[in-house]
Design a protein around this ligand. Structure first.
Ligand SMILES: Cc1cc2nc3c(=O)[nH]c(=O)nc-3n(C[C@H](O)[C@H](O)[C@H](O)COP(=O)(O)OP(=O)(O)OC[C@H]3O[C@@H](n4cnc5c(N)ncnc54)[C@H](O)[C@@H]3O)c2cc1C
Length: 427
């Protein structure tokens, strides 16, 4: 049987010890079969177990193998399209519900970390950095918008003040969100998996779902086993492939790359990010960075539409890092990796039900660390028969990418090229 290891990354190299989990063999019966052990699957499993469901999780590779174990580790509030866009595209009741939920994912992460004592280097504080006055205007209105939805931990930073938190001359100001922050993402996933098992849930690794037999009593098939369940939650996101063909048309896997420097040493690290906040800029194709607990810089940026792996990640990302942090010109790069996230045309999550008993959430399009934790709660509520918040997401309209499966990649790349040009010209 195939044994898919973690990709080489700083996170895999610094992961907390985890016991190997068996592959599924034979037949099991459960209340809910969750497909995918990323944050969406694990968060769903945890909320369901806390509410008395029996849960079996099937993971094609290893816990946190996908985006959840490879991401920038930035806890960013709200969705990949902000609430003002949602307000313009749905009715006021639905917008109000979605707005109220926009800051819940970060709280869930902190509750999980505290309740299950997860060691994942959680730090508070995230900065949105403005590269020009248009970005600054956007941050001012974002602060007003978020405050309207009850989010109070925000501070606008002028040009002098942002220099106190990020040693980068490129920024004209920013917005500090103290309920943002950062984590070691793979260790968060591993801690959540241990929590799932502590509540009696079962996780099978190296156990890809290869077929779903739909109907009143659905069955999920793997190469060597099957799970009979009352409900199925599909949480494979960008790594799902064509297991559920209905979902593939309205979303597109995209690759994005991350590098990690050699340890910077305390002094350089403190000069660069004195309060240890994470940073992301306000470009459409944004750069983001933060320190690790052993004082390396993790830097990410750029998108490869269609999720092809670039040959030389360092050659793509290091120049971006040096533009933001020229102080690091003599620092080596120890790790470089790629991961896939799932893009939708609206950049809002794709959530819903297929028939009565197959639920899904995917496609949070970039910012997903907080949303996926919320998604688990909202999916569990729906399975318990409280679907109001689930329906607020499920009713968001989604459209197929222009060009279909064949041409969606070049079309999306053209769109990104246009936005990249706007970023460069400061529009
Ligand atoms: C490089 C990178 C950097 C990012 N940085 C940030 C960031 O800093 N902040 C932020 O908010 N968001 C970030 N994101 C996005 C965020 O990581 C994702 O939105 C989030 O982790 C998605 O979680 P998920 O559980 O839905 O999917 P995933 O974590 O991808 O998990 C899906 C899992 O399902 C499994 N699977 C797939 N198909 C099957 C199958 N048939 N059977 C069984 N298992 C299956 C996969 O192996 C995988 O483990 C980043 C993403 C990437 C790729």
């Amino acid at each position: 049987m195939a044994n898919t290891p973690y990709p080489q990354s700083y996170y895999a190299a610094s992961a907390n010890a985890a016991h190997p989990r068996p592959a599924l063999e034979g037949e099991v019966e459960t209340d809910v079969c969750v497909i995918g052990a990323g944050y969406t699957g694990l968060s769903s499993a945890l909320f369901l177990l806390e509410n008395g469901f029996r849960v079996t999780v099937l993971e094609a590779a290893k816990v946190g193998f996908g985006a959840s174990g490879r991401n920038g580790g930035q806890i960013v509030n709200s969705y990949s399209r902000d609430i003002d866009v949602i307000e313009r595209s749905v009715g006021p009741g639905q917008a109000q519900l979605l707005g109220q939920m926009a800051f819940e994912g970060g709280r869930i992460i902190r509750e999980r970390v505290a309740k299950y004592q997860i060691q994942c280097d959680l730090k508070d504080g995230g900065v949105f950095a403005a590269l020009n006055s248009k970005h600054m205007g956007h941050l001012e209105s974002q602060k007003r918008l978020w405050e309207r939805y009850g989010h109070a931990q925000l501070e606008l930073l002028d040009e002098r003040r942002i220099r106190e938190v990020v040693a980068c001359d490129n920024y004209v100001g920013g917005l500090l969100d103290m309920s943002g922050g950062h984590i070691h993402p793979l260790n968060l996933a591993l801690g959540e998996a241990t929590a799932v098992e502590s509540l009696g849930g079962t996780i099978y690794e190296q156990s890809a779902a290869v077929r779903i037999e739909r109907g009143a009593n659905p069955v999920v098939h793997t190469a060597q086993g099957k799970v009979r369940a009352k409900f199925i939650i599909v949480a494979g996101n960008a790594y799902l492939g064509n297991l559920v063909p209905e979902l593939a048309a309205k979303s597109m896997p995209c690759g994005t790359q991350v590098i990690t420097t050699a340890p910077l040493g305390d002094e350089l690290a403190k000069t660069l990010l004195p309060q240890d906040y994470c940073v992301e800029d306000c470009n459409y194709l944004l750069d983001y960075y933060r320190l690790t607990s052993d004082k390396r810089l993790i830097f990410g940026g750029g998108v490869v539409y269609g999720a092809r792996d670039p040959a030389n990640i360092e050659a793509i990302i290091r120049p971006k890092m040096l533009k933001a942090c020229p102080q690091l010109k003599d620092v080596g790069i120890d790790y470089a990796w790629t991961g896939n996230f799932l893009l939708t045309l609206s950049r809002l999550p794709q959530v819903g039900r297929l028939g009565d008993n197959i639920y899904y959430s995917q496609g949070c399009s970039g910012h997903g660390v907080t949303y996926t934790h919320l998604a688990g709660k909202v999916l569990a509520e729906a399975l318990r028969g409280q679907a109001e918040r689930f329906d607020a997401f499920a009713d968001l309209p989604h459209y197929p990418f222009p060009g279909g499966q064949l041409l969606r990649t070049p079309f999306a790349a053209m769109g990104a090229w246009y936005y990249g040009l706007r970023d460069k010209l400061g529009f």
